[in-house]
Design a protein around this ligand. Structure first.
Ligand code: ATP
Ligand code: MG
Length: 690
């Protein structure tokens, strides 16, 4: 790399990550984990859509070398009111900021509508009677179901309501609701009109909600009176009222309409605060509108929705996804990553407040006419058997969940899982953070009885849909490994200097070339989009994650690239130390951070949670240190082991390391913003437990 380019790179990295951060990565993978191969269970392989790695490689090659043919064929499976300009390449992009504005275009000139493809297309083809959503409430015994025709009618009514409020193509509507059926219905109603929805997870505070409403200048807010999660009542309308006051006070924004779904299970109507003229009851108003609503035909590159990242590493970014590319990519990944076939009952446990809920609760499944379970509650209410009860009740065949929830259940033991049949399951998936080999094994062996492949799917809010994942049936699995890139996704591993590595290696994970589902910009801040993703490594999309590639070409995500410590000159990835700690039978979770150390530069500080049968002791601390010594080396053994009841997590379940760093540094009075934590009291408990 020339010196000028290097200086520029350093300044970008420092701008993004701060000068003190150490982004070096270790270069020689040595872990035995690479050798742990799990073959696809025979019964699964017999019926899977794809049956060999060579079949995949052929299609992968075609997607890369002939995107017009490959993606053109995939896109032709949808209804286009006007086909894209087929005389031009299906995709046009620039990832090199030095050559001008970074942009991505797919299916340019085509006109379509995602809602039409997700609903009308199936109803018009005679499938309106098929089940679309199976809803399970927070409390056992509460449920509802809707066919594709039912959903279409409800979507049209909400769309007609929005039209009556003069909401038009390109306007923004904010959705702040718990996981009731009206949440995906509201998203689809927006998509029908070409209105950009911004779903905010119903768990964020008034301040966070207000910030997001102001950022996109939402015209209308859709919400519900209250929500329930386990024993907790979420006073959503109160939070909304406060947020809208903040919007007026701080941003001079008056949201004119607030549509409120009456959720009497959660809160009786008379207890809901009300602003006359602004607030409208959902049920009594929306039901008066027609169940027919014409579709707004959208250009492929028009925005479909915006969504903020989790904020694990900094201020959340409001990413914009496009109509055509997102539709094609969400639909196609759903079919192949989940091996979706007719008769499957699909359940993604994510909330619609996250990208996973957009792509694999709402758009991906409906574009494939799938039947999906939507669950309002939490995995441990009323007890840790709830998921398995739901699996049996609805005969779920594909379950897609996050490692944080799987770990929580694993800590409760196997017995409660075994109380339920789970015979309907045929595939298990994981998303959102690294799944340790131990948790993977538990999911595979206990939950799926070694009968269901586990797919560890790596992707990001920015990527729109899955990027690296096993295509179940096509190749063997390795516990804790995302394996191979999806069709057309060109993964590249770089070393510290930005040189592309080949063969087995470890480094920064980047993507070469555009895939249809990539986010097109950060709402209102295109330069942030360019700086964050395209200026770190010239001409490439930078994921911010590190990875290893093993001898089979399989990719192992090692964690965020800024989660690397430098202890006495050794570069140690926090993920690696955590992996060693959780391989101890009594350790359920571990989070490792660095702290200033006079001699070593940085010392290793480990927060550890134990399984219910273990008692904290010095002997146990020694065992944990020994396990790290054995698996990584003495230099990586944590100086401090801090017993934690639980770890501070964002509302999407990711560990907030910046808070742990503060605690490790004993900076209790300067913890920083904790409003996006799922449970802020965890922080006090950690400090008390010192
Ligand atoms: P922010 O970008 O605001 O810091 P975030 O990165 O947590 O937030 P998301 O887009 O929800 O927001 O999460 C994507 C990240 O989650 C990935 O970059 C990766 O670090 C992690 N991740 C997702 N799936 C996996 C997986 N299967 N294995 C390992 N890590 C994963
Ligand atoms: Mg991110």
């Amino acid at each position: 790399m020339d010196p000028l380019a290097e200086r520029r790179l350093r300044s970008v990295l420092e701008h993004l990550l701060g000068p003190e951060s150490n982004r070096s990565v270790r270069s020689s993978p040595t872990s035995e984990a690479y050798e742990d191969v799990v073959q696809v269970p025979g019964d699964f392989a017999k019926k899977s859509l794809l049956s060999s790695r060579s079949q995949y490689e052929q299609l992968y090659e075609e997607a890369v070398t002939n995107p017009d043919g490959f993606w053109g064929r995939v896109a032709a499976g949808y209804f286009w009111q006007k086909l894209w300009d087929t005389s031009k390449p299906v995709c046009n992009y620039n990832f090199d900021a030095d050559k001008g504005r970074v942009f991505v275009e797919w299916f340019k000139g085509g006109f379509t509508n995602v809602c039409y493809n997700a609903l009308d297309r199936h109803v018009l083809a005679g499938y309106g009677h098929e089940l679309c959503f199976l809803w399970e409430g927070n409390d056992p015994g509460q449920s509802a179901q809707l066919t594709y025709s039912d959903v279409l009618k409800k979507v049209c009514q909400v769309a007609n309501f929005l039209r009556s409020k003069n909401v038009k193509k390109g306007d923004r509507v904010c959705i702040y609701m718990s996981m009731i059926l009206e949440l995906p219905i509201a998203m689809l109603a927006c998509a029908r009109l070409g209105v950009i929805h911004s779903v905010v997870f119903a768990g964020f505070s008034s301040e966070s909600l207000a910030g997001r409403i102001l950022d996109c200048q939402a015209k209308v807010l859709l919400t519900c009176a209250a929500g329930r999660r386990g024993n907790k009542l979420l006073p959503l309308k109160d939070i909304v009222d406060h947020a809208l006051e903040i919007c007026l006070r701080d941003g001079n924004l008056r949201v004119e309409t607030c549509l409120v779904y009456e959720n009497s299970f959660a809160l009786p109507r008379q207890k809901v605060s009300w602003v006359e003229g602004r607030d409208i009851w959902w049920q009594e108003t929306v039901s008066r509108f027609s169940v027919d609503c014409p579709v707004e035909w959208m250009e492929a590159e028009d925005p479909l929705f915006m969504l903020y990242t989790s904020g694990s590493t900094g201020k959340p970014k409001g990413l914009i996804h496009s109509v055509g590319g997102y539709m094609v990519y969400a639909g196609f990944t759903f079919k192949h990553v989940f091996d979706h076939q007719r008769g499957d009952i699909f359940w993604c446990t994510a909330d619609c407040g996250w990208i996973t809920g957009h792509t694999y609760v709402t758009y991906g499944p409906l574009l494939n006419r799938a039947t999906c379970v939507i669950f309002e509650g939490v995995p441990t209410f009323p007890d840790a058997g709830r998921w398995w009860e739901i699996v049996d009740k609805y005969q779920v065949s594909i379950l897609y969940a996050a490692p944080t929830a799987i770990r929580t259940l694993a800590a409760q033991g196997d017995e409660i899982v075994r109380k339920y049949s789970r015979k309907s399951l045929r595939l298990l998936g994981s998303v959102g953070e690294p799944i340790s080999p131990k948790t993977w094994r538990w999911y595979y062996e206990v939950c799926g009885e070694s009968r269901c492949p586990v797919i560890d799917t790596w992707w990001q809010t920015e990527t729109g849909a899955c990027m690296i994942s096993p295509l179940p049936g096509a190749w063997p699995m390795k516990p804790g490994c995302a394996t191979l890139p999806f069709f057309g996704v060109q993964t590249v591993v770089l070393d510290q200097e930005g040189k592309e590595l080949h063969g087995p290696c470890e480094g920064y994970l980047c993507i070469k070339g555009a895939w249809p589902g990539i986010a097109r910009t950060v709402y209102g801040d295109h330069s942030r989009y360019e700086n964050t993703y395209f200026k770190i490594w010239k001409g490439l999309y930078s994921t911010g994650d590190g990875c290893r590639r093993d001898a089979d070409g399989f990719i192992w995500i090692t964690g965020r690239v800024d989660d690397v410590l430098n202890v006495s000159g050794h570069r140690i990835s926090t993920g690696e130390v955590e992996g060693a700690l959780v391989s101890h039978p009594h350790c359920t979770e571990a989070a490792v951070v660095g702290y200033d150390h006079d001699v070593k530069g940085q010392g290793i500080y480990a927060f550890v949670t134990l399984s219910h049968e273990a008692t904290p002791s010095d002997a146990l601390k020694k065992q944990l240190r020994d396990i790290v010594r054995k698996q990584i080396g003495a230099f990586a053994a944590p100086e401090v082991i801090h017993w934690a009841v639980s770890l501070p997590r964002t509302r999407s379940g990711k560990i907030m390391r910046r808070i742990l760093r503060k605690i490790a540094a004993r900076q209790y009075t300067d913890i920083g913003d904790t409003s996006s934590l799922a449970d802020p009291s965890v922080v006090e408990d950690l400090i008390k437990g010192m």
